[in-house]
Design a protein around this ligand. Structure first.
Ligand code: 5GP
Length: 173
Protein backbone atom coordinates (compact mmCIF):
# COMPACT_ATOMS: atom_id res chain seq x y z
CA UNK A 1 0.00 0.00 0.00
CA UNK A 2 1.04 3.61 -0.55
CA UNK A 3 2.25 5.59 2.45
CA UNK A 4 0.25 8.62 3.59
CA UNK A 5 1.72 11.36 5.76
CA UNK A 6 -0.38 14.23 6.99
CA UNK A 7 0.76 17.64 5.77
CA UNK A 8 -2.23 19.75 6.86
CA UNK A 9 -4.33 18.78 9.86
CA UNK A 10 -8.09 19.37 10.05
CA UNK A 11 -7.37 22.32 12.38
CA UNK A 12 -4.89 23.90 9.96
CA UNK A 13 -7.30 23.44 7.06
CA UNK A 14 -10.14 24.95 9.04
CA UNK A 15 -8.00 28.00 9.91
CA UNK A 16 -7.02 28.43 6.24
CA UNK A 17 -10.64 28.13 5.10
CA UNK A 18 -11.70 30.74 7.68
CA UNK A 19 -8.93 33.08 6.46
CA UNK A 20 -9.96 32.61 2.82
CA UNK A 21 -13.62 33.14 3.70
CA UNK A 22 -12.75 36.39 5.49
CA UNK A 23 -10.66 37.65 2.53
CA UNK A 24 -13.41 36.79 0.06
CA UNK A 25 -16.11 38.34 2.28
CA UNK A 26 -14.10 41.56 2.51
CA UNK A 27 -13.42 41.73 -1.25
CA UNK A 28 -17.00 41.01 -2.28
CA UNK A 29 -18.75 43.08 0.41
CA UNK A 30 -21.97 44.56 -0.97
CA UNK A 31 -22.00 42.19 -3.96
CA UNK A 32 -23.26 38.69 -4.60
CA UNK A 33 -20.99 35.84 -5.64
CA UNK A 34 -21.60 33.01 -8.06
CA UNK A 35 -19.33 30.32 -6.60
CA UNK A 36 -18.47 27.48 -8.96
CA UNK A 37 -17.32 24.16 -7.52
CA UNK A 38 -14.91 22.24 -9.74
CA UNK A 39 -15.95 18.62 -9.23
CA UNK A 40 -15.05 16.18 -7.90
CA UNK A 41 -12.08 17.12 -5.74
CA UNK A 42 -13.35 20.51 -4.52
CA UNK A 43 -16.65 19.41 -3.03
CA UNK A 44 -15.56 19.36 0.61
CA UNK A 45 -13.44 22.52 0.41
CA UNK A 46 -16.28 24.25 -1.46
CA UNK A 47 -18.93 23.40 1.10
CA UNK A 48 -16.71 24.52 3.99
CA UNK A 49 -15.60 27.71 2.20
CA UNK A 50 -19.00 29.04 1.18
CA UNK A 51 -20.17 28.77 4.80
CA UNK A 52 -17.34 31.15 5.80
CA UNK A 53 -18.45 33.75 3.25
CA UNK A 54 -20.85 36.48 4.35
CA UNK A 55 -22.05 38.12 1.07
CA UNK A 56 -24.90 36.25 -0.68
CA UNK A 57 -23.58 33.16 -2.51
CA UNK A 58 -25.20 31.39 -5.44
CA UNK A 59 -23.65 27.99 -6.11
CA UNK A 60 -23.19 25.92 -9.23
CA UNK A 61 -20.99 23.04 -10.33
CA UNK A 62 -18.76 22.07 -13.19
CA UNK A 63 -16.84 18.98 -14.05
CA UNK A 64 -14.11 18.55 -16.63
CA UNK A 65 -11.88 15.62 -17.41
CA UNK A 66 -8.42 15.78 -18.97
CA UNK A 67 -7.95 13.46 -21.91
CA UNK A 68 -5.41 11.12 -20.39
CA UNK A 69 -3.36 10.77 -23.59
CA UNK A 70 -3.06 14.53 -24.04
CA UNK A 71 -3.10 15.70 -20.44
CA UNK A 72 -0.14 17.99 -20.89
CA UNK A 73 -1.84 19.80 -23.77
CA UNK A 74 -4.66 20.86 -21.48
CA UNK A 75 -7.30 19.34 -23.75
CA UNK A 76 -10.26 18.71 -21.49
CA UNK A 77 -13.71 17.28 -21.97
CA UNK A 78 -16.51 19.19 -20.27
CA UNK A 79 -18.72 16.68 -18.45
CA UNK A 80 -20.91 19.15 -16.58
CA UNK A 81 -21.24 22.91 -17.06
CA UNK A 82 -23.03 25.45 -14.84
CA UNK A 83 -26.69 26.06 -15.62
CA UNK A 84 -26.47 29.46 -13.94
CA UNK A 85 -26.26 32.58 -16.06
CA UNK A 86 -22.61 33.67 -15.99
CA UNK A 87 -23.13 36.98 -17.81
CA UNK A 88 -22.70 40.00 -15.57
CA UNK A 89 -22.01 37.91 -12.44
CA UNK A 90 -19.09 38.08 -10.01
CA UNK A 91 -17.86 34.53 -10.50
CA UNK A 92 -15.50 32.71 -8.15
CA UNK A 93 -14.07 29.37 -9.26
CA UNK A 94 -13.29 27.10 -6.31
CA UNK A 95 -10.62 24.50 -7.07
CA UNK A 96 -8.97 21.91 -4.83
CA UNK A 97 -5.47 22.05 -6.31
CA UNK A 98 -3.77 23.86 -9.18
CA UNK A 99 -0.80 22.07 -10.72
CA UNK A 100 0.00 22.83 -14.36
CA UNK A 101 -2.92 25.25 -14.50
CA UNK A 102 -3.96 23.82 -17.87
CA UNK A 103 -7.35 22.65 -16.64
CA UNK A 104 -8.17 26.00 -15.09
CA UNK A 105 -6.92 27.76 -18.18
CA UNK A 106 -9.56 25.99 -20.27
CA UNK A 107 -12.28 26.59 -17.68
CA UNK A 108 -11.41 30.30 -17.45
CA UNK A 109 -11.43 30.75 -21.25
CA UNK A 110 -14.84 29.11 -21.52
CA UNK A 111 -16.27 31.12 -18.66
CA UNK A 112 -14.85 34.40 -20.02
CA UNK A 113 -16.70 33.71 -23.28
CA UNK A 114 -19.93 33.98 -21.23
CA UNK A 115 -19.03 37.53 -20.11
CA UNK A 116 -18.93 37.45 -16.32
CA UNK A 117 -18.56 40.83 -14.64
CA UNK A 118 -15.50 39.50 -12.76
CA UNK A 119 -13.83 36.11 -12.57
CA UNK A 120 -11.53 35.01 -9.77
CA UNK A 121 -10.04 31.73 -8.56
CA UNK A 122 -9.76 30.33 -5.05
CA UNK A 123 -7.57 27.23 -4.66
CA UNK A 124 -6.94 25.27 -1.50
CA UNK A 125 -3.55 24.00 -2.68
CA UNK A 126 -1.18 25.63 -5.16
CA UNK A 127 1.59 23.46 -6.65
CA UNK A 128 3.22 26.50 -8.18
CA UNK A 129 6.36 24.74 -9.42
CA UNK A 130 4.25 22.58 -11.74
CA UNK A 131 2.79 25.51 -13.65
CA UNK A 132 2.61 25.41 -17.46
CA UNK A 133 -0.15 27.99 -17.95
CA UNK A 134 -0.15 31.50 -16.48
CA UNK A 135 -2.68 30.90 -13.73
CA UNK A 136 -2.33 32.57 -10.38
CA UNK A 137 -5.16 31.93 -7.93
CA UNK A 138 -6.51 35.13 -6.38
CA UNK A 139 -6.97 33.27 -3.09
CA UNK A 140 -4.69 30.41 -2.00
CA UNK A 141 -4.92 28.17 1.05
CA UNK A 142 -1.44 26.62 1.00
CA UNK A 143 1.54 26.59 -1.35
CA UNK A 144 2.70 22.98 -1.74
CA UNK A 145 5.64 21.20 -3.33
CA UNK A 146 5.62 18.93 -6.33
CA UNK A 147 4.13 15.88 -4.62
CA UNK A 148 0.84 14.02 -4.83
CA UNK A 149 -1.78 14.85 -2.22
CA UNK A 150 -4.97 13.14 -1.08
CA UNK A 151 -7.65 13.70 1.53
CA UNK A 152 -10.15 16.51 2.24
CA UNK A 153 -11.85 15.79 -1.08
CA UNK A 154 -8.76 14.92 -3.11
CA UNK A 155 -8.50 11.32 -4.25
CA UNK A 156 -5.96 8.70 -5.09
CA UNK A 157 -7.64 6.48 -7.69
CA UNK A 158 -11.02 7.28 -6.16
CA UNK A 159 -9.92 6.67 -2.57
CA UNK A 160 -9.15 8.85 0.46
CA UNK A 161 -11.53 11.74 -0.32
CA UNK A 162 -13.10 11.26 3.13
CA UNK A 163 -9.89 11.83 5.10
CA UNK A 164 -10.18 14.95 7.23
CA UNK A 165 -6.61 16.15 6.71
CA UNK A 166 -4.52 16.61 3.56
CA UNK A 167 -1.91 13.88 3.13
CA UNK A 168 1.17 13.50 0.97
CA UNK A 169 1.10 10.20 -0.87
CA UNK A 170 4.26 8.18 -1.36
CA UNK A 171 4.14 5.12 -3.60
CA UNK A 172 4.73 1.72 -1.99
CA UNK A 173 8.32 0.62 -1.45
P1 5GP B 1 -3.74 20.94 -13.63
O1 5GP B 1 -4.55 21.08 -14.89
O2 5GP B 1 -3.59 22.23 -12.87
O3 5GP B 1 -2.41 20.28 -13.89
O4 5GP B 1 -4.47 19.89 -12.72
C1 5GP B 1 -5.55 20.19 -11.97
C2 5GP B 1 -6.24 18.92 -11.53
O5 5GP B 1 -5.34 17.80 -11.45
C3 5GP B 1 -6.77 19.12 -10.15
O6 5GP B 1 -8.04 19.68 -10.16
C4 5GP B 1 -6.78 17.70 -9.63
O7 5GP B 1 -7.95 17.06 -10.06
C5 5GP B 1 -5.60 17.04 -10.31
N1 5GP B 1 -4.42 17.04 -9.43
C6 5GP B 1 -3.26 17.73 -9.58
N2 5GP B 1 -2.41 17.49 -8.57
C7 5GP B 1 -3.05 16.62 -7.74
C8 5GP B 1 -2.68 16.00 -6.48
O8 5GP B 1 -1.61 16.17 -5.92
N3 5GP B 1 -3.63 15.19 -5.93
C9 5GP B 1 -4.84 14.95 -6.51
N4 5GP B 1 -5.68 14.12 -5.87
N5 5GP B 1 -5.21 15.52 -7.68
C10 5GP B 1 -4.32 16.35 -8.29
Amino acid sequence: MEELSEVFSPGEISAAVKRLGAEISRDYAGRGILALCVLNGSFIFFSDLIREVTPPVEVDFLKVRSYSSTESSGVVRVECWPNADIKGKDVLIVEDIVDTGLTLNVIIKRLMAENPSTLKVCALLDKRSGRKAEINPDYTGFLVGDHFFAGYGLDLDGRHRNLQGVFRVRPPG
